[in-house]
Ligand binder design. Structure first.
Ligand code: NAP
Length: 340
């Protein structure tokens, strides 16, 4: 299938380009960004930050305006657009009959828009049928969640199924790549921790509740730390039904059934959960890239003195939490017949 990337010059856009290089089903055929970049060769428009050589075919492509009329040759688009423009542009693409698989926040909480993590809530793709961007249903929007809501919902899903989540107290340690490019000023973040990320905390509760189709209380503190990739989460959780011991908690993960395992999607990790026994794991530098950056790492599982249990969770923010998650969404949509 021919794929366009909107916001192709940004941190998430570049990750799409890297991850789609050898994709068996999707091939990059159009790139879009702002007026600053459009009309230029991609190699001139983008400051390439991935640690592979910019693929020559992509380097030579001319960046287009994010105007649906300039993308009539693609089957669908991935969006890594800045949220200040994503609402208008993604809506215009959907109205023009071009499906949009988005990373931006703008449509995530819309009642008719799937907020999708395929292993958690694959049934949400059915919401597409309620969208009215086009009369014939050819244009629609599917979103993936905020890069904290992804690992949090994944960490909670087996526990919620087993015990019912009641309350979560969460502190995040978020990598600098989560702020996009050029992102946080080096003088602010080198050798430092910034105890606030603008706009981040209010997204985490609503998105995680939508992902799990559940009502629970969540208090989040989002911090920026000087790691490159991999958001680390510290969560203390109270359940509706208290687990008897840690064995029951571990069983919840090992008994969990992956609803999309039979589909053998190219971006599915072979093991969705890696439960670390070593007290000093998981670590972003050691584990964020494992299983193509698509795995959810859990460690420090322990019974808690306040509430019921505590854990650490970690996932690659621009892969599992953004571009890789969106590609997995597209693979599921393709298998289910939504992308032709
Ligand atoms: P970024 O590095 O700042 O990239 C933003 C992209 O949007 C660039 O390609 C930029 O193009 C384009 N853009 C800006 N203004 C535009 C306009 N007026 N018209 C068309 N294109 C425009 O941001 P990012 O980190 O990649 O994030 C992209 C989106 O994904 C955001 O909505 C973000 O919240 C979301 N997200 C990010 C992460 C993460 O870990 N980084 C995780 C999950 C979700 P120019 O280069 O031409 O300006």
């Amino acid at each position: 299938m021919k794929v366009g990337i909107l916001g192709a010059t940004g941190a998430v856009g570049q990750k799409f380009i890297r991850l789609l290089q050898d994709h068996p089903w999707f091939s990059i055929s159009a790139l879009g960004a702002s007026e600053r970049s459009s009309g230029k060769k991609y190699s001139e428009a983008a400051n390439w930050i991935e640690d592979i050589t910019l693929p020559s075919k992509v380097a030579a492509m001319t960046v287009r305006n994010c105007d649906p009329a300039e993308f009539s040759d693609v089957d669908f688009v991935f969006s890594g657009l800045d949220s200040s423009v994503a609402g208008e542009i993604e809506g215009a693409f959907a109205r023009a009959g071009i499906p949009v698989i988005s990373n931006a926040k703008n449509y995530r909480m819309d009642d008719t828009v799937p907020l999708l993590v395929p292993e958690i809530n694959p049934e949400q793709i059915e919401l597409i049928k309620k969208q009215e961007f086009t009369k014939d249903g050819s244009g629609w929007i599917v979103t993936n969640p905020n890069c904290v809501a992804v690992p949090l919902s994944m960490a909670l899903k087996p526990l919620h199924d087993a015990f019912g989540v009641d309350t979560v107290i969460l502190t995040t340690m978020q990598a600098i790549s989560g702020a996009g490019y050029p992102g946080v000023a080096s003088l602010d973040i080198l050798g430092n921790v910034v105890p606030f990320i603008s706009g981040e905390e209010p997204k985490i509760g609503p998105e995680t509740r939508k992902l799990l189709s559940a009502e629970f209380d969540l208090q989040a503190t989002a911090t920026r730390v000087p790691t490159l990739n991999g958001h680390m989460l510290s969560a203390t959780i109270k359940f509706k039904k208290k687990p008897a011991d840690l064995e029951e908690v571990r069983d919840a993960y090992s008994n969990w059934h992956n609803p999309i395992s039979a589909l053998n999607l190219p971006f599915s990790p072979s093991e969705v959960y890696k439960i670390h026994e070593k007290d000093t794991y998981p670590q972003p530098r050691l584990h964020a890239d494992q299983e193509g950056g698509m795995q959810l790492h859990i460690g420090r599982l322990r019974m808690a003195e306040v509430f019921d249990i505590s854990l650490m969770a970690m996932a690659h923010n621009t892969i599992r939490g953004a571009a890789g998650g969106a590609i997995l969404n597209a693979e599921l949509l393709h298998k289910k017949g939504y992308l032709g």
